[in-house]
Design a protein around this ligand. Sequence first.
Ligand code: NAD
Ligand code: IPM
Ligand code: MN
Length: 359
Amino acid sequence: MQTVSVAVIPGDGIGIETVQAARRLLDRLAELDGGIKFAYTEFPWGCAYYTQHGEMAPKDFLSTLRSFETIMLGAVGYPGVPDHVSLWGLLLPIRRGFEQYVNMRPVRILRGVTSPLRGRNPGDVNFVVIRENTEGEYSSMGGRLHTGFPHEVVVQNTVFTRLGTERVIRYAYRLAAKAPRKRLCGATKSNGINWAMPFWDEVFNQIGETEFPEVERWLTHIDALAANFVLKPDVYDVVVASNLFGDILTDLGGAVMGSIGMAPSANINPERKYPSMFEPVHGSAPDIAGKGIANPVGQIWSSSMMLDHLGRQDLGEAVMTAVEDVLEEGRVRTPDLGGRSTTNEMVDAIIARLEARFR
Ligand code: NAD
Ligand code: IPM
Ligand code: MN
């Protein structure tokens, strides 16, 4: 029996609802499989905790999390706490502290889903965005001077280290080398961002030329790339992007898939020195929080990526097949997909598919 210790951080808003949904599914899956068990420890950290304690989590939260095999997170941030305070108080220190420098975010039109892109059907769009997850535009370095004066100045630095740039680009090449068409597109903006992005391009080309000559590589400026996600999303296998570019591209990816409520993500420390973290791309969705209608698929797909990471690709695949079967049947859908079902009804339907498969 494989027992997996999971630190659970539901966080805020619909994060609490989608995490509960994914846990219910994982528990049933574990029962059905009989070979794996999840030992959860739930941490009540987030904006409600902040209101009580004046901080998003206890000061030693990283050392608490470190002993776990994996982390499952819902969403962080809610009106009442400034977003930069909530995110820099919990989510972003985990990604950085645990060197989760690969943020893997698949973009795939699932069976049964209608993409808002005309003529794009399931199977047409299937690629992965590899987002740099520890540096870049999210440096937290900068400053503010002469607050309130007409000559006020605010500076926010962008930091690209050679180590940080090489490791994420190399990871993306390795993935592209295994893809059917062996294609890697790099997101750049070397025309305007004249120190960081030419450096990014240089590393992209150097690694491609010397280590992965078999991979077809090209760079596209981020503005044009955003347009291409809409106009020709079928040309990509793997896209590698800096922290901010990857962030924006993957909400767009979620939209291409039919709802950002379905987009998954894995924050990976490839060396496995620290725990990796699995969370959907979306946020706490204050506009629908508490209503029980959040789409649970982003969280469930992220859990499927967690199963892959734990060496149980068979179970990860079983989960996604069940999700797609339910979407294809079309009877149970949350409102973001045009339906009227609740989060729980959707999870029940996915669980029923899994039960049928194991029977
Ligand atoms: P959001 O992703 O929370 O919501 C954007 C829109 O998408 C909303 O209309 C929402 O209802 C919809 N949506 C999102 N997830 C959905 C789901 N599962 N099912 C159905 N509809 C869904 O983005 P936002 O409004 O910019 O951010 C809200 C808060 O969440 C902010 O505090 C932000 O900083 C935070 N946030 C956190 C994370 C994270 O923890 N990883 C990610 C993004 C945003
Ligand atoms: C995401 C989110 C976060 C990010 C925010 C909440 C800091 O948008 O995970 O995509 O920008 O990384
Ligand atoms: Mn985002």
